[in-house]
Design a protein around this ligand. Sequence first.
Ligand SMILES: [Fe+2]
Length: 325
Amino acid sequence: MENLCKNLCKDFKEGKCEGQKVVDGETMPLVLQPPEPNKGDLESLLSALKKNKDWFEQMIIKNSAVLLRGYDVKNAEDFNEIVETFGWDDIRYVGPAPRTHIYKRIWTANEGPLSEMIYYHHEMVLIKECPKKVILFCETPPPEGGQTPFVPSFRVTERMLEEFPEYVEEMDAKGLKYSFTAYSKDNTSSMRGRGWEDALGTSDPALAEIRAKALGMDLEWLPNGGVKTILGPRTLTKVFEGRKGRRMWFNTVVGMHGKELSSATMADGTEIPEEVVKRCEQIIEEESIQFNWEKGDVVFLDNMALLHGRRPSLPPRRVLVATCK
Ligand SMILES: [Fe+2]
């Protein structure tokens, strides 16, 4: 570790950002800046990353979030080069959010209406294989709002255990069941607006069922051409290798419980009390960390350790994303 720290001193300078917190001894996010003002160009950044690849990956796991700030990262092409430096495999997005492919491994982040909050989630938490890293790049910072807040997931479990130990252990033992209703065609006025044809890449119901099965979902067709997706059992909490044995709040109960288009119950059908879900929502907000986007910012989130979301924003805002195994 000591050698690795020497690398930090030479190739990066640790910075600060507003909203940073220290959680269990770690600064979140860790802010890394050019070591000297003339080392902020893309070439210098790429060579610093190449040289310190393993160290950088360890920092993502140690601090859960790493923010590169003060570099001249201009567009999707530059961002793609940064992502490709690490050699991590790409993982394709599966889910309800409307997204557009931009360049090689780069996509737009959720294009749902900027006026709405995108609720906190681990990326693709309900899919069998979800990304280990979510990497975001800010091309156009919003004039107001539009932050990407994130939450150390283990803190949610810890605090829920303090207040509702029996419920937490019951939900954890039984597992959870979710349902989600998708329209037939894309509805871009909603952030969950992808129709099932687009989400599953086919308009053939039989093929859609096969693909859904492979992702661990069952489909129930609705008379209006939409489909109800049923998932479960799924975990409440999960412990991942290398993350200090922390129990991550690896579920989407608050996001899906008691909504118009979605539901969450225990896997045996037992209801989850409204007050437990409401309190969990408050805890998540209290544990939230956020910084204001600056042009050229690139942030690496450990998707095993953090929930993330998006605050309502004034336009314009352009944040691009890559997801990696
Ligand atoms: Fe996300």
